[in-house]
Design a protein around this ligand. Structure first.
Ligand SMILES: [Zn+2]
Length: 417
C-alpha cells in the first residue's frame, strides 16, 4: 500500500503568487498613466496598449491551448545528483542537437563544472530513450530521460505521455485495489492537477516534481492492470470551472470536513469551499491519529525550526475554525511564548507526525504531551479515504468528484478550446 502521506505537504501554489504580482504591475501602470503622462500622450498610449494587448493575448492563448492539448508531461525525477546510472535495452542516446551518440550502456554519468562527463567525454546535455523503459539509478521510467547540470548536480527530467504517467502514479497515491470508481476519481484528479501545472509552468524546464510537493511518482514499476483500466476508462477527462482546468488539490483523509482553500493558502477558489465528509471515518486507522512527544523533544524541534523559546511548558490549541481545524497554536514557555499558525506548527514538528491541524493536546505525567487528531493532510479538495467509501456506497466517479469539487465540470481535453 502506498496510500499515505503522498500529498501531505503544503506549499503556496504558484498561481496564487502570480495573481498578486499581476495586481502590483497593474497598479504601477495605472499610476504612471494618471500621474506622469499628459492628455495627448494618453490617447496614443491607449491605441498602442490595445494593439499590444490583442497581440499578447492572441499569442498567449495559443501557448495555453498548446499546453492544454500537449499529450506529454515533464517530471523532475532526480535533482542535484552526484552521479546517475542509465541502463536498459535498446537505449537511444542523443545530445543537445538531437544527434545520436554511441555510448556504452549501462552508463555512469557525473557532473563537471559546466556539463556532464561520461566515458571520459564531455556533453552539455544528454537524452536517453527506449521503446520499453529507461532505468535511471535502477528504477524504470517510460518515455525519455533528459540529463543536465543544475546547481552542481545532475537534474533528470522524465518526459512521457501524460496517460502513461497516470498509470504509474495511481498506486503511489492510493491502491488500485480500491473500488474502481474511486480509482477512476484518482485518475481524473491526478490528470487535472498535472494539466493545470503544465499550463502554469509553460516554458519551465519541467512541469512537476515527483514528490509530495506535486504528486508522488516513482516510475513505471508499480503500474498494474486496474490502474491502467481506470486511466483508460477516463481517458483525457479533466475537471474544469469557467472553461479552465481547475487546481484539483486532494489529500489522504479530511477527518470530518474538507477545508476551504483560503484557510490553507489564503486565496479562495469557488470549487474549493469545503464540504462535510464523514465517509473517511469508515477507515479509522487512516483517519484517527495520535502522537506522543516529550516537552524537551518538542522544544528542540521548535528551536530547530527558528522559534527562540526555552523552557516549553505547554501547547494550547487556539479556537478551531468552522471546519474544525486550528488556525492558531500557542507555544507557552518560560522565555519566548508565542502563537503560530496551525499549518506552521505542523511544518515545524513534521507533517508526517502532526498529520492535520484538527487535533487536541493532553499533558502526560512524564513531562510529555499526547496529540490526538483526525485527518491526514491539508484537507483541501478530494478526501481519498472518503472517496473510497463513497465508491463502496455505490457512487460513480462523476458523482464523487461533483461532491468534493462543487460546481466543477468534467470535460475531455480534446473538446476544450
Ligand atoms: Zn473525509
Amino acid at each position: 500500500m502506498h496510500d499515505k502521506m503522498c500529498n501531505d505537504d503544503l506549499y503556496v501554489p504558484a498561481d496564487f503568487e502570480l495573481l498578486s504580482s499581476k495586481k502590483l504591475t497593474h497598479r504601477a501602470i495605472m499610476w504612471f498613466y494618471s500621474q506622469v503622462l499628459r492628455p495627448h500622450e494618453r490617447s496614443g498610449i491607449i491605441i498602442l496598449l490595445v494593439l499590444a494587448t490583442i497581440l499578447v493575448s492572441w499569442s498567449g492563448f495559443g501557448k495555453i491551448q498548446a499546453a492544454v492539448q500537449d499529450d506529454t508531461i515533464r517530471i523532475a525525477i532526480v535533482k542535484s545528483a552526484p552521479e546517475i546510472t542509465v541502463a536498459g535495452d535498446g537505449i537511444v542516446v542523443t545530445n543537445t542537437t538531437g544527434e545520436s551518440l554511441s555510448l556504452s550502456i549501462p552508463a555512469l554519468i557525473k557532473p563537471v563544472s559546466d556539463g556532464l562527463m561520461v566515458d571520459g567525454q564531455f556533453y552539455k546535455k544528454l537524452s536517453f530513450s527506449s521503446e520499453t523503459v529507461v532505468y535511471i539509478n535502477n528504477k524504470p521510467y517510460r518515455g525519455s530521460a533528459e540529463l543536465s547540470l543544475v546547481d552542481k548536480g545532475i537534474l533528470v527530467v522524465n518526459q512521457l505521455p501524460l496517460e502513461e504517467y497516470l498509470v504509474g502514479l495511481i498506486n503511489c497515491e492510493i491502491s488500485s485495489s480500491w473500488p474502481i470508481e474511486a480509482v477512476k476519481s484518482q485518475a481524473i484528479i491526478a490528470r487535472t492537477y498535472a494539466v493545470n501545472r503544465r499550463i502554469a509552468r509553460m516554458g519551465a524546464p519541467y512541469h512537476m516534481e515527483s514528490s509530495v510537493i506535486d504528486q508522488v511518482y516513482d516510475g513505471s514499476s508499480i503500474e498494474d492492470s486496474r490502474a491502467r483500466r481506470a486511466v483508460q476508462e477516463t481517458e483525457g477527462e479533466v475537471l474544469t470551472y469557467g472553461g479552465g482546468v481547475i487546481q484539483a488539490y486532494y489529500h489522504s483523509s479530511c477527518g470530518g470536513r474538507t477545508e476551504a482553500s483560503e484557510n490553507v493558502w489564503g486565496a479562495p477558489l469557488p470549487y474549493l469551499k469545503g464540504v462535510e465528509c464523514q465517509y473517511c471515518f469508515s477507515s479509522p486507522t487512516a483517519t484517527a491519529w495520535e502522537y506522543k512527544i516529550t516537552l524537551k523533544d518538542l522544544e528542540d524541534r521548535l528551536r530547530a525550526g527558528g522559534y527562540k523559546i526555552s523552557g516549553l511548558t505547554a501547547i494550547k490549541p487556539g479556537i478551531p475554525n468552522g471546519r474544525g481545524r486550528l488556525k492558531q497554536v500557542l507555544l507557552q514557555a518560560t522565555v519566548g511564548s508565542t502563537a503560530v499558525t496551525g499549518d506552521q506548527f505542523r511544518k515545524v514538528v513534521g507533517y508526517g507526525l502532526i498529520k492535520s491541524t484538527r487535533f487536541t493536546v493532553t499533558p502526560g505525567t512524564k513531562k510529555d504531551l499526547l496529540f490526538s487528531g483526525t485527518g491526514n493532510g491539508h484537507g483541501v479538495g478530494l478526501c481519498q479515504w472518503g472517496a473510497k467509501q463513497r465508491a463502496v456506497d455505490g457512487f460513480t466517479s462523476g458523482e464523487i468528484l461533483a461532491y468534493y469539487y462543487p460546481g466543477a465540470e468534467l470535460k475531455k481535453l480534446s473538446d476544450m478550446n
